[in-house]
Design a protein around this ligand. Structure first.
Ligand SMILES: Cc1cc2nc3c(=O)[nH]c(=O)nc-3n(C[C@H](O)[C@H](O)[C@H](O)COP(=O)(O)OP(=O)(O)OC[C@H]3O[C@@H](n4cnc5c(N)ncnc54)[C@H](O)[C@@H]3O)c2cc1C
Length: 296
């Protein structure tokens, strides 16, 4: 079998991959570019927050991948599975091996729903919602729209996550909805963050502390969601105190918005491109690998 070879090979056709492919095409009409992307649908993920807030539909945030990729970019509709950087090849799930001169790796983050015990069984029902999946963002709005009183929990896992603001943005949209309906005082809204502060950047943390206070939202820091019992409407957090001691805290909820733990995709973690944390090992200020200069 003749091996396909492309000058530029891109792994992942999300916001990053499509932008790279199309921008390169605009700058150079003839260069040979291929994009590996298994999904026929492209989601504008920042719109998921707006879906959860009731102002967008899923359809409005969804595009056909085919309509976004420049027609002269070769679309390989498959998963990249393994990297052979010494041979300048990537192997697809189909078993086909693709050669490249330059490789751009951008398959996004992996959502680790399984790290929260009981979550998969109850997500999308029992008032357990999440904007982090196209399958459940519309249910977030159902939960908010139908809530009249009670405890509303909003969780944030340990960093890194995509969109550090998203776990809070949906909380403010919910609080605003309750305020507009004149029922904000019937709610106990709590932000439960695995991290130690409202936001990692002090400048924004200062402003957000005022927003939180304005809605009467209670903040619980160093509270990492580890389990959910949907039918019983309880969420279990691992709480770390100032001395580093851990204890389990169980909170009852009427609705809960969950931001799942996130990590590098498994196929990246076990690849020769990964650093100790599993991420593609690029220098802080330059997205070009030190180990393989033709990989970005
Ligand atoms: C709820 C929510 C709210 C957000 N709000 C904002 C916001 O307000 N502002 C903001 O800037 N950002 C926001 N973001 C983050 C933003 O959407 C992401 O940063 C952005 O989508 C990242 O682009 P990406 O191309 O790296 O990854 P993605 O867009 O996730 O794309 C990755 C692509 O890689 C593909 N892929 C995965 N595995 C493979 C494989 N093995 N082989 C080939 N392809 C593969 C996937 O199918 C996917 O198409 C939000 C995200 C969420 C979930």
């Amino acid at each position: 079998m003749t091996q396909q070879h492309h000058t530029i090979l891109i792994v992942g056709g999300g916001a990053a991959g499509v932008s790279v492919a199309n921008n390169m095409r605009r700058q150079n009409a003839t260069i040979n570019i291929a994009l590996i992307e298994p999904s026929e649908k492209h989601y504008y993920q920042p719109g998921f927050t707006i879906i959860g807030g009731g102002a967008y539909t899923l359809k409005q945030t969804t595009r056909n991948e085919a309509d976004l990729i420049h027609p002269t970019v070769t679309w390989l509709k498959d998963y990249a599975e393994t990297f052979q950087p010494d041979e300048n090849t990537v192997t697809l799930r189909s078993g086909e091996t693709i050669g490249y001169d330059y490789l751009v790796v951008c398959p996004g983050l992996q959502l680790d729903w399984d790290k929260i015990a009981g979550l998969k069984e109850t997500l999308g029902k029992n008032n357990v919602c999440s904007n982090y999946s196209p399958d459940t963002a519309e249910y977030t709005w159902e939960c908010i729209k139908n809530s009249e009183s009670g405890t509303a929990l909003f969780t944030q896992p340990p960093m890194p996550i995509k969109c550090a603001g998203a776990p809070q943005k949906i909380m403010y949209l919910a609080a605003d909805r309750f305020r507009k309906k004149g029922i904000l005082d019937k709610f106990n809204i709590e932000f439960c963050n695995a991290g130690p502060a409202i936001f990692g950047v002090p400048f924004f943390a200062k402003a957000l502390s005022k927003v939180v206070a304005g809605y009467g939202i209670k903040t619980n820091f160093n509270h990492n969601l580890v389990a959910i019992d949907g039918p019983a409407k309880t969420a279990t957090f691992e709480m770390t105190d100032a001395e580093g001691n851990k204890q389990q805290v169980v909170k009852a909820f009427d609705m809960i918005h969950v931001t799942p733990p996130q990590s590098a995709p498994d196929f990246i973690k076990k690849s020769p491109l990964a650093n100790a944390g599993g991420w593609v090992a690029v220098p802080d200020k330059n997205l070009q690998l030190n180990t393989y200069a033709n990989i970005f």
